[in-house]
Design a protein around this ligand. Structure first.
Ligand code: C2E
Ligand code: CA
Ligand code: CA
Length: 562
């Protein structure tokens, strides 16, 4: 800008000098000064990338002195007033670039130089005042407009917060979190290969991708959190009250919601007590870099070795080390097996048969749960469709879904695809969800379950009674099956009657129109007590252990005590 001002001012002056050279007392000197300004301008423009504020200040003051001296040299003719208008350049420059205080110092200096030159020429006060007033007005207007534009806190493309707003909020919220309101996390998100998107489909389309993401994400960002677009294809989010794990879950939901032809990566960092704002941001940056360097389309948390175990699970899937075990579910009213629960097993060559509780939580933490869940769903549906075809007898299959899977926006679609692919009827599939592992208040999860129900798939609430089950929550979850946790069943005394709470649960399920499955039935006595209570279905070692093949109905279970 300084270069342009010097060059434009010099050029204007040179043109002026050429036009009125006969009226000027020192035309050669004036032409040389103008030329000098043009050369300085061209040099600054071509050679200097960024000036320090001090160097810029000196150049503005020097420009003022050059113009004011020229005004004096031109003498008392009207041309001097023309030359004096060039003082607009340093005036505008000062108000555009400097703080109010520095700009006002320059203004005083410029007005002082102009007044000195005019007064030395013996001009009337009116000339001095008009010129000074005009310069002052232009300077203030430029200063005000520049500051208004810079003070905007919104990104013009997406309407999200811009970098300035993000920085200010982050500073405040770090202060709050440290003052006793931890945890708090930030997420940096960045589109994968965005430059390629821009280069191949054009900048307008690139902008459309960003706007669509901003639109989708605004709906996902939890209340009290701030989503910003600091620039380019970068987005940033502050989540006060959120641990890194929960922030990463939200980042995953956001990543899943963008246009299908694009992917993006996210880096999460949770505030530590000794973190400065810069350190927290640097840690989120490192996490984002890690996600990118691992191929993108991923969320990484700083300081969390998320890769641990994920490769092993993926390799195990590729090597066919996982197996589906089927545990029969009995209809107590008819004494027949009517379905199975699919329970995953890992046949690890070094560790032997690994139970799910040893690797499911790990898979949930490192993201492998999605691949694992998709695998068992397909295998269990395929196996059940084959069983039905071979025997001609209807059979249900219950598949456990992790809360992480339910948060993926396309989960219902994936399930529908698996049913279509394996030919299993939706009414034969039950998806089991454990209330404690999914966020029943999460609107996506509830909508996902409702979508599955609409497809004709049953939804079972697993381990009922162990979580923070409450009637009102139960009412919100679109489920039609209730699985009573085995702790209630094992509490049935071997020689006594039922525990009172069981009767209440059965009554509650009936009132809500839910089918009941009692879990962990290990003795004939327990089965009888449950049947007498009106419990329609049961599952447990008494009827059959999980087994690699479905148990046939070779035996009829007569469990009524009466
Ligand atoms: P869950 O869904 O509650 O599954 C029932 C568990 O109880 C199974 O343990 C089963 O073997 C065991 N069980 C069945 N009958 C009896 C009984 O009479 N007595 C006793 N003591 N236990 C019985 P398993 O197979 O070790 O699975 C443990 C948990 O791992 C499951 O609990 C489920 O939450 C999870 N899990 C298993 N397979 C999958 C899967 O494919 N995906 C997901 N996301 N989770 C799974
Ligand atoms: Ca289950
Ligand atoms: Ca269970």
């Amino acid at each position: 800008m300084t270069g342009t001002a010097y060059f434009a001012g010099g050029t204007l002056a040179l043109v002026g000098v050429t036009l009125v050279r006969n009226d000027l007392p020192h035309p050669i000197l004036m032409a040389l000064i103008s030329l000098g300004c043009m050369i300085i301008g061209a040099f600054l423009y071509l050679r200097v990338r960024l000036l320090t504020i001090r160097a810029y200040s000196i150049l503005v003051a020097a420009g003022t002195v050059i113009i004011a001296s020229s005004v004096y040299l031109v003498g008392p003719s009207n041309q001097a007033v023309n030359v004096a208008t060039l003082l607009m350049f340093p005036m505008v420059g000062a108000f555009f670039s400097f703080s109010w205080a520095t700009a006002l110092c320059h203004m005083v200096f410029i007005e002082f130089c102009a007044a000195t030159a005019f007064i030395a020429q013996g001009r009337p006060d009116s000339d001095v005042l008009i010129l000074q007033g005009a310069m002052l007005g232009v300077g203030l207007a430029v200063g005000w407009l520049t500051r208004a534009a810079a003070a905007s806190k919104k990104d013009s493309l997406t309407g999200l917060a811009n970098r300035r707003w993000f920085d200010e909020r982050l500073r405040d919220l770090i202060g709050d979190a440290k003052a006793g309101d931890p945890p708090m996390s930030i997420v940096f998100m960045d589109f994968d290969r965005f430059k390629q998107i821009n280069d191949t489909i054009g900048h307008a389309e690139g902008d459309r991708v960003l706007m669509a993401a901003a639109d989708a994400w605004t709906k996902i960002v939890p209340p009290g959190c701030l989503l910003a677009r600091p620039g380019g294809d970068e987005f940033a989010m502050i989540l006060p009250g959120y641990s890194a794990n929960r922030a990463a879950e939200i980042a995953d939901v956001m990543r899943e919601s963008i246009l299908h032809e694009t992917t993006c990566s996210a880096g999460v960092a949770e505030l530590r007590l000794d973190d400065s704002k810069a350190m927290l941001m640097a840690r989120a940056d490192v996490a984002l870099y890690e996600a990118k360097s691992r191929g993108g389309n991923l969320t990484c948390q700083h300081g969390v070795v998320n890769t641990e175990g994920a490769e092993a699970i993926h390799a195990g899937l590729a090597a066919g080390e996982f197996e589906v075990y089927y545990q029969p579910i009995i209809d107590l009213r008819f004494g027949l097996v009517t379905g199975d629960e699919a329970l995953i097993r890992w046949n690890d060559p070094t560790r032997g048969l690994v139970p799910p509780n040893d690797f499911i939580p790990l898979a949930e933490a490192n993201g492998a749960i999605h691949a694992l869940g998709a695998w068992i769903l397909r295998e269990a549906c395929r196996g059940t469709a084959e069983y039905i075809k071979a025997t001609g007898v209807p059979r249900r299959i219950s598949v456990n879904a992790s809360g992480h899977e339910l948060k993926r926006l396309d989960y219902a679609q994936r399930v529908a695809d698996v049913l279509a692919e394996t030919g299993l009827d939706p009414s034969s599939l039950v998806i089991e969800v454990t209330e404690s592992t999914f966020d029943a208040d999460h609107p996506n999860v509830i909508a996902m379950l409702a979508e599955l129900r609409e497809q004709g798939i049953d939804i079972a609430i697993d381990d009922f009674g162990t979580g923070y089950s409450s009637l009102s929550r139960l009412h919100n979850i679109p489920a039609n099956v209730l699985k009573i946790d085995r702790s209630f069943v094992s509490a049935i005394p071997e020689d006594g009657a039922e525990v009172p709470v069981l009767r209440s649960i059965v009554a509650l399920a009936e009132a809500l129109g839910l089918r009941i499955i009692a879990e962990g039935v290990e003795t004939v006595h327990q089965a009888q007590v449950l049947a007498d209570l009106g419990c329609s279905h049961a599952q447990g070692y008494h009827f059959g252990r999980p087994n690699p093949v479905q148990q046939a109905n070779t035996k009829s279970w007569h469990v009524h005590a009466a």
